[in-house]
Each structure stands twice: as structure tokens, then as C-alpha cells.
Design a protein around this ligand. Structure first.
Ligand code: ADP
Ligand code: MG
Length: 238
């Protein structure tokens, strides 16, 4: 008789002893000094820590927007260092959604076209791009704003467009670097409700950087970063 199949052991994203050193005017800055971290499928984690501690650097690495100086980074079990730039871009496009504090939208392009853009890189045809982008905008409550440009929208609406863009490709992992940092409390609450729902209903793993304890409390897991190291990693609820 065969043994029962073991559950998948591959993390959604994983860093092993990752170092990221920047050169600034000939001076080396070690933003990350040896970080190991597994983000499991469907997890919800908050990354907290003082300004300059390396949180954004960590997010950029987990999101494959940057490569480590040393150490190993795996996305869905695939070691990133083995991939060419275009393979890496493809993996990122299929697996990871990124939401930034400052939205990073194209201000003079419609919400619909902003959200459809990741599908352009994936070679999805125009009609399907438009219907999937429309569905993503509807899922963040912006079905009535599809033709509007981000420059005509409030900050809360812009961040919801950015979330729709991050979701349109149905990522495994959503990385959000201070997504409520430029929003007032009410819009922050709405954005967080969206991230909660994505995690609960669609099983998207969410990693969220925040300064605010109330925001961090949405996550079951709290990862404390200080001086380029993880100083504490705790799970508050099962
Ligand atoms: N592109 C860069 N070039 C040089 N130094 C950088 C760069 N990005 C970040 N750093 C430095 O790395 C450290 C960590 O920065 P960062 O990851 O942005 O921290 P946090 O997001 O926690 O505020 C800081 O000392 C910062 O100045
Ligand atoms: Mg930062």
C-alpha cells in the first residue's frame, strides 16, 4: 500500500539567509543582513519595524522587484537566481501582486487600462483583458469608475484600482508596502477590509508592511524587522 501523499511543502515565497547591500556614494549600506523567512500559501502576515529597518527592501526582494546580494530566494519553490530577467518577470507577473503606498498608477490612463496592463505582458487578448479588468474593478467596488483616470480619483479609490491591478492576474501572493500610509482612516479601513476578504475568500497570501498597530492586527502573524534582521516572528491566532 502506498503511503498517503504528503501535503505540498513549498512556501509561496521563501528567503534563506538573504543579504541586500546597497552602494551609496561609495559607502556600503546593508539594508538586510541575513534574513530567512517563509510565507506559506494563504497566510496573512504583517511586517513591522522602525523606518529604515529594511521592510521595503524585504518586500522588493520577496516580490522579485530586486535580487539579493547573497542568499536564496524562492517563489513557488523556484530559485529566483536561476532565472533570466524575462523568466523572472514572467514568474512575478503570474504569481505576485504588489501594492505600494503611493499607488504607482498611470495617472492619465483609465482605471480599466491600468488594471488590464499586467495582462498585456501576459499576452492575453484585448477583449479578455477588458472583461477581466472590469471584473477586478467591480470586485473592489469601482465598477462605476472604470473610465475614470486615477488623476480624477480620491486616494482611496486610487489604492483600490492598484489592488484591482494586483489581483487581475490572480496572484498567489499579494505584497502591500504601507498600503494605507497615504489614506485617511476611513479609506484605510476600506482597503484593509479588501485585503482581509482576499485572504479569506480567495486564499491569497497577504504580506503587509505597516507602522500602525491597528492595521498590523489584521494579520495573524507579526514579523518584526530591526536593523536589517528579523528580531521577532510571532503568530497571534491559530
Ligand atoms: N536604493 C537604495 N540605495 C541605497 N540605500 C538604500 C536604498 N533603498 C534603501 N536603502 C537603505 O536601506 C535601508 C533600509 O531601507 P528600507 O528597506 O527602505 O527601510 P524601511 O522600508 O523599513 O523604511 C535604509 O538605510 C535605506 O536608506
Ligand atoms: Mg519602507
Amino acid at each position: 500500500m502506498m503511503a498517503p501523499t504528503a501535503p505540498p511543502v513549498t512556501a509561496a515565497v521563501e528567503a534563506v539567509d538573504v543579504v541586500r547591500r546597497y552602494q551609496l556614494d561609495g559607502v556600503a549600506v546593508e539594508a538586510l543582513r541575513g534574513v530567512s523567512l517563509r510565507i506559506e500559501h494563504g497566510e496573512f502576515a504583517a511586517v513591522v519595524g522602525p523606518s529604515g529597518s529594511g521592510k521595503s527592501t524585504l518586500m522588493h526582494l520577496l516580490g522579485c522587484l530586486d535580487r539579493p546580494t547573497s542568499g536564496v530566494l524562492r517563489v513557488g519553490g523556484v530559485e529566483v537566481s536561476r532565472l533570466s530577467e524575462s523568466e523572472l518577470a514572467g514568474l512575478r507577473n503570474r504569481t505576485i501582486g504588489f501594492v505600494f503606498q503611493s499607488f504607482h498608477l498611470m495617472g492619465r490612463t483609465s482605471a480599466l487600462d491600468n488594471v488590464a496592463l499586467p495582462l498585456v505582458y501576459r499576452g492575453v487578448g484585448r477583449a479578455e483583458r477588458r472583461s477581466r479588468a472590469a471584473a477586478a474593478l467591480e470586485s473592489v467596488g469601482l465598477g462605476h469608475r472604470m473610465r475614470h483616470r486615477p488623476s480624477q480619483m480620491s486616494g482611496g479609490e486610487q489604492q483600490r484600482v492598484a489592488i484591482a491591478r494586483a489581483l487581475v492576474g490572480e496572484p498567489e501572493v499579494l505584497l502591500a508596502d504601507e498600503p494605507t500610509g497615504n489614506l485617511d482612516t476611513r479609506n484605510g479601513v476600506e482597503v484593509m477590509a479588501m485585503l482581509d476578504r482576499l485572504n479569506e475568500e480567495r486564499g491569497v497570501a497577504v504580506v503587509l508592511v505597516t507602522h500602525e498597530p491597528e492595521i498590523a492586527a489584521h494579520a495573524r502573524r507579526q514579523i518584526h524587522v530591526r536593523d536589517g534582521l528579523i528580531e521577532q516572528d510571532t503568530v497571534s491566532r491559530p
